[in-house]
Design a protein around this ligand. Structure first.
Ligand SMILES: CC1=C(/C=C/C(C)=C/C=C/C(C)=C/C=O)C(C)(C)CCC1
Ligand SMILES: [Fe+2]
Length: 278
């Protein structure tokens, strides 16, 4: 709550500092949920490879991330399309309330589609900065996808009401309001830090098999610390490659970096869940 209020308050600062504080929140409080992949890899690999388990985990992970950063550079728009699709899947499947395909699309698509529909100009500028293209509006394909999302959300809403599941409307409803009221980067930071990252951490806290050492929020935060620090160091090393005013530079680096980490993060997750099932 406190974090949410803090980030929301930052929305009233002029846009540069507001963007920077929202992005710093994403980095400091959001990145650790991905860094816990290191802990999952540790429990999986350390008994067999006591000395080199981290290298075996980190080398392909970082190579994939580097590939995504290169893709942003070589083909920004296709990379943006793939990143947004991957984000919908990642956000949607991480949400515990997602049972069917419609749930995944509605929950996962909410942060992106609501930003587009509620603040098209600002979202266009953000996506233009991230893809280093000129965008005063979201591109036509994103408008179309967001309107399709709206139709899906309406269908989903009616189904929930018909089946008497009003309580499941609360969180998405509240989140939609956040995206209407707050500027897109601020709203995204609130979603990422208050909903997405905690859902992921809760999942790992409950999972005694894959993450036996992650028992509560405190142990999760502590175990995430080394890989988070490493990620921030790599991010800082990449800073000189980005140009422009500080807020746009940080925006570009943070979102491109998130995309770069999301690909190995999702592949690792998929691979782990396949492994457990077989
Ligand atoms: C930056 C930004 C957007 C997109 C962010 C995305 C898509 C982030 C994905 C992060 C992931 C998948 C992290 C994994 O844990 C919006 C909402 C379009 C609107 C404006 C700000
Ligand atoms: Fe995530």
């Amino acid at each position: 709550m406190l974090i949410g209020a803090g980030i929301a308050a930052s929305g009233w600062l002029p846009s540069g500092p507001a963007t920077i504080s929202a992005l710093l929140t994403v980095i400091v409080l959001g990145v650790p949920h991905g860094a816990l992949d290191g802990e999952l890899a540790r429990s999986l690999l350390r008994s067999r490879f006591p000395r080199v388990w981290f290298l075996i985990f980190a080398a392909p992970y970082l190579a994939l991330a580097a590939g995504v950063l290169l893709a942003w550079h070589l083909a920004p728009l296709p990379t943006l399309v793939l990143f947004l699709i991957a984000s919908v899947l990642h956000f949607g499947t991480e949400d515990r309330d997602s049972a069917g395909r419609l749930d995944v699309v509605v929950h996962g698509g909410l942060p992106i589609a609501m930003a587009v529909l509620a603040h098209p100009g600002a979202t266009g500028l953000v996506l233009g900065t991230v893809s280093r293209t000129v965008m005063v509006q979201p591109p036509a394909w994103l408008w179309a996808a967001s309107l399709i999302w709206l139709a899906c959300a309406a269908t989903w809403l009616v189904r929930r009401l018909q089946t008497g599941q009003e309580s499941r409307l609360m969180l998405p409803g509240l989140l939609a309001c956040v995206f209407i009221v707050a500027p897109p980067v601020t709203a995204f930071a609130i979603y990422f830090v208050c909903i997405h990252a905690p859902a992921h951490m809760q999942g790992l806290i409950r999972d005694n098999f894959r993450a036996p050492r992650i028992r509560d929020v405190r142990s999760a935060a502590l175990l995430a610390l080394p890989v988070t620090a490493l990620t921030l160091l790599i991010g800082a090393a990449l800073w000189p490659l980005y140009h422009g005013p500080a807020d746009q530079r940080l925006l570009c680096l943070t979102i491109q970096g998130l995309a770069a980490l999301t690909l190995p993060h999702m592949l690792f997750e998929t691979w782990l869940s396949r492994r457990v099932r077989t």
